[in-house]
Design a protein around this ligand. Structure first.
Ligand SMILES: [Zn+2]
Ligand SMILES: [Zn+2]
Length: 276
């Protein structure tokens, strides 16, 4: 309830108060992104948070503890569990996100999220359900393995959504925050079509892995201004079947292996030139 009626509408108010750049609330694709937001809350966030919490409870109660640290967080202090949740969240998000850009098959699903021409907090929810599931799966496996407090897992998954909304928001905040967090300015570069920022800034919450692996791009004096794909659909139904059509077309034209290995020509088709 807090998600549906609270922070979904708190971030847009903050966007009006401290915008990164002037931007209207009503923009191309806003209806589509509102449908994504509410469908995602019902289908993804609530069910996902409850399902993962139930899985962890089940693992804890059915002797899911053993060698190799399995179940090691079952009786840990909540502070350690919370720190572990943050780390597991950051690492799994970075890895899943990295491969969703590098493997063309996965990119066709993730491409939906990158199709927004305008970025604001409602762009956060524009995701293909398969993409969302691929991002969630490694995290689900880790929390089920280490088994932190299920209540904490439930709260954390809800909290991540708030963070995502802030990260996509048209919000002006301190530049130094982008050295620690995936703040709006940092994540905007990830969505941009600027060649120097392609395949950069994969982080979701903290961003130390981007700095560790050399995938961070965060200039002090500029913000990006070209995002998305003008010819991609703003219809949630099309966005859910088009990846399958595009996958079929790629396989037919270049063979199945083209779906597994990124080709230079394919990536330049996916990203629009900055001048457009
Ligand atoms: Zn991405
Ligand atoms: Zn994003």
């Amino acid at each position: 309830m807090l998600s549906l009626y609270g922070w979904i509408w708190i971030i847009p108010i903050v966007e009006r108060l401290v915008p990164l750049k002037p931007q209207a609330f009503v923009r191309a694709g806003i209806i589509n992104d509102l449908i994504h937001t509410y469908h995602r809350f019902h289908l993804h966030s609530m069910i996902n948070a409850a399902f993962v919490a139930w899985l962890v409870t089940y693992a804890q109660q059915h002797g899911g503890q053993g060698l190799y640290l399995q179940g090691s967080l079952a009786n840990a202090h909540w502070v350690w569990s919370f720190i572990a949740l943050l780390f597991m969240g950051h690492i799994t998000f970075y890895v899943a996100h990295y491969y969703s850009h590098k493997i063309p098959l996965l990119w066709q699903f993730h491409r939906v999220h990158h199709s927004s021409l305008t970025l604001d907090s409602f762009s956060t929810s524009r995701f293909h359900v398969i993409d969302k599931a691929l991002f969630a799966a490694p995290y689900l496996m880790l929390v089920t393995y280490f088994q932190p407090d299920p209540a904490l897992v439930f709260l954390y998954i809800s909290f991540r959504d708030f963070w995502g909304r802030y990260g996509h928001g048209n919000i002006k905040d301190a530049h130094w925050l982008g050295y620690i967090l995936s703040n709006p300015k940092f994540h905007r570069w990830h969505h941009s079509n600027h060649p120097e920022a392609i395949d950069k800034n994969f982080s979701g919450e903290f961003n130390f892995m981007d700095y560790m692996f050399g995938t961070a791009y965060y200039p002090k004096d500029r913000i990006p201004d070209h995002f998305g794909e003008a010819n991609y659909s703003n219809n949630i139904i099309v966005q859910h079947y088009r990846p399958f059509v595009d996958i079929y077309k790629i396989a037919k034209k270049d063979g199945v292996m083209a779906l597994l290995r990124k080709q230079k020509s394919t990536s330049s088709e996916n990203y629009q030139a900055v001048s457009e």
